[in-house]
Design a protein around this ligand. Sequence first.
Ligand code: SF4
Ligand code: ZN
Ligand code: ZN
Length: 313
Amino acid sequence: MKCRKCGNKASIHMRQHKLALCKEHYLDWIPEQTERFIKKYQMFARDEKILVAVSGGKDSLSLWDILARLGYQADGLYLALGIDEGINYSHESQRLSQKFADEHNLKLHVVDIEKEYGKNIPQLAVISHRGDGRPCAVCGLAKRHEMNRIARDLGYDALATGHNLDDEAAVLFGNTLNWLSEYILRQSPVLPASSDGLSRKVKPLCRFYEREMTAYAILRGIEYIYEECPFATGSQAILYKETLNQLETARPGAKLTFFLNFLEAKKSGNLFVEKNVEMQRLHSCPRCGQPTSAPELCSFCRMIQKAETISTM
Ligand code: SF4
Ligand code: ZN
Ligand code: ZN
């Protein structure tokens, strides 16, 4: 497979875009596309200050890298959750986030939940009895709360997260399976700031597949934490991702179509709109008496009529 731009050996082939690129052109393509999405969804402007939520994983570090390469004023925020069961997850992800910031001369704010509130996430989860025994409900709540607090207190115009297409498609899939219409309607590449104090939230990577972000991080030489949080194992989100991956294997591009068609339908106001206009225009078919919206005979009777004419010919 050859790079479409220069003809050299391709490093990545994106079946859904029918596009293969070499390392050099791929590393240009990702920021170009990101810039296109930032503009298309009106995420933020050149003179605005962006706070990137950094977890030490490939997506958030790549996002930070891309925004910095594009020349945006992007600082990082790392939340130390205190999840160090087994693999030293928090410790290692903080080290890698700090290392990235230092190497790229970027500013990283660190908020340690335990230092700030006296307890870390697993401890807060035990105390609050929220959720299914995993600390995820508490963790999500704390992350949303703290990211918004820092973004507001430090005067950032937007809070950027590294959610990729696989994340977004899995969330949409889960919400659709359960018909959580309010959540479905709120899902968006950009959520505007609210007058009651929620900062603007943006997801510049929401149209990139997870494998595209992995390829970007590796080809850029970004050192990131490979392990997932130990509490992620067996979660619903992972089940939805696996299901969508099967679909994607059978139908390349399925995830992207699912997400983009959703955004289109939402934009045109076609989500959850009751359409009973047609119902009112129904009349009985003069031949069979069943309701139809066709001007004369119903479609079935027209088909039969046609069949009759042909058989008598
Ligand atoms: Fe927090 Fe880990 Fe759960 Fe993610 S998987 S919400 S990081 S506890
Ligand atoms: Zn090339
Ligand atoms: Zn509060």
